[in-house]
Write a protein that binds this ligand. Structure first.
Ligand code: NAD
Length: 347
């Protein structure tokens, strides 16, 4: 069994060490596989339960496996020979999904429970868990002009039902695998990640992708309206994918952050109305807004307090929302056009 005296003795994985990424058929996992491949890692194992043709990205030179990581024996196979494991697999989506399918969200507990144990048994050097801002106490998020959430705000616990509680519990698993068993675990709480190669239609998409698609649809169909969930005053911060993959790498290789949850998000707070304004500006259009007060809207406000990440990493996500949205809009537009031509695209 590893023990805590090993702290600081092992360095980050070498370019020929095996990195495992679960949830790699999805948005963040797929982009992370591309990031590490570009960085020169020659052995990456990408895993997802989705069939390979449904993956957003199939990165050349990366071993791609279709396996369900909620099954213990699959996790053993997944972690075999790995130096580092990045667990990004979860049954998740935007507000429409996590408010409606709490059982599915809670069942993701099986993924991390089996993955962290399999990683430990395989002697993995570092283990990363993708947590969420939904783990924070919802009572602190009842006003659109919220105080940004700092890491200590997860306790006393009152996480978002379903999804948030699963994340909080899985964080605890990761922390105890360090405290009791000495495996180095790292936990980032993501705040609304967006960007190319992510869900943009079908019901699991989040606000930035959903609004980009709706604007593109309006321009395409001539139906010049924009449906917005809630009254549009709810506030969020949105973090661009390129910042997130870089942040994951930095967090995973920072000894000070072992078993210590940290925000990985932007601190640029905007209302959903402002988000829609920005997308309209990119598309050079103004649409008539239709608000749906009965649609899921989540907490009234949520922002990332980046004091801790700035202090410990001397870095924080820096891509402006305008720049990230322009890239995202462009990508969704190409996907939309391809789908219209009858080409196979992953939504
Ligand atoms: P995503 O849905 O695009 O990707 C998740 C992937 O996990 C999917 O491809 C899915 O098929 C896969 N998966 C689900 N169950 C699985 C299983 N049993 N075995 C193997 N694969 C399985 O989501 P994402 O946005 O890439 O999110 C990645 C991680 O980051 C998740 O843990 C998510 O909860 C977390 N997170 C994301 C955001 C965000 O804004 N995108 C915010 C907070 C936290």
């Amino acid at each position: 069994m590893a023990n805590k005296s090993s702290i600081g003795k092992d360095s980050a994985a070498g370019k020929s060490d095996l990195l495992v990424i679960t949830g790699a058929g999805g948005f963040i996992g797929g982009n992370l596989a591309a990031y590490f491949r570009k960085k020169g890692f020659s052995r990456i194992r990408a895993v997802d339960k989705k069939p390979l043709y449904e993956w957003y990205r199939r990165v050349p030179g990366v071993e791609s496996l279709c396996l369900d990581c909620s099954v213990e024996e699959n996790c053993r196979r997944v972690c075999e020979g790995a130096a580092e494991v990045y667990n990004l697999a979860a049954d998740m989506g935007g507000m429409g999904f996590i408010e409606r399918f709490r059982v599915e969200c809670l069942r993701s507990i099986l993924i991390n429970t089996h993955m962290v144990e399999a990683a430990y048994r395989a002697g993995v050097r570092r283990y990363f868990f993708s947590s969420s801002a939904c783990a924070y106490n919802i009572l602190l998020q009842q006003d659109p002009q919220v105080r940004a959430l700092k890491e200590a705000d997860a306790y006393p616990a009152m996480a978002e039902r379903g999804y948030g509680w699963e994340k909080l519990m899985s964080e605890m698993f990761c922390q105890e695998y360090w405290h009791e068993r000495g495996m180095k675990t790292f936990i980032a709480r993501f705040h609304n990640v967006y960007g190319p190669y992510g869900t943009w239609a079908g019901g699991r998409e989040k606000a930035p992708a959903a609004l980009c698609r709706k604007v593109i649809e309006a321009l395409d169909t001539g139906r010049m309206t924009l449906d917005i969930w809630g009254d549009g005053t709810q506030t969020r911060s949105f973090c661009y994918i390129a910042d997130v993959v870089q942040g994951i790498d930095r967090i995973m290789h920072c000894e000070e952050l072992i078993a210590t949850p940290i925000n990985l998000g932007s601190s640029e707070l905007v209302s959903i109305n402002t988000l829609a304004d920005k997308i309209e500006k990119i598309a050079r259009v103004k649409l008539e807004r239709h608000y749906d007060p009965t649609a899921p809207r989540g907490v009234a406000g949520r922002n990332s307090d980046n004091t801790f990440i700035r202090k410990v990493l001397k870095w924080e996500p820096g891509t402006s929302l305008d720049k990230g949205l322009a890239e995202t809009y462009r990508w969704i537009k190409t996907q939309y056009a391809a789908r219209k031509k009858g080409l196979r695209v992953v939504e």
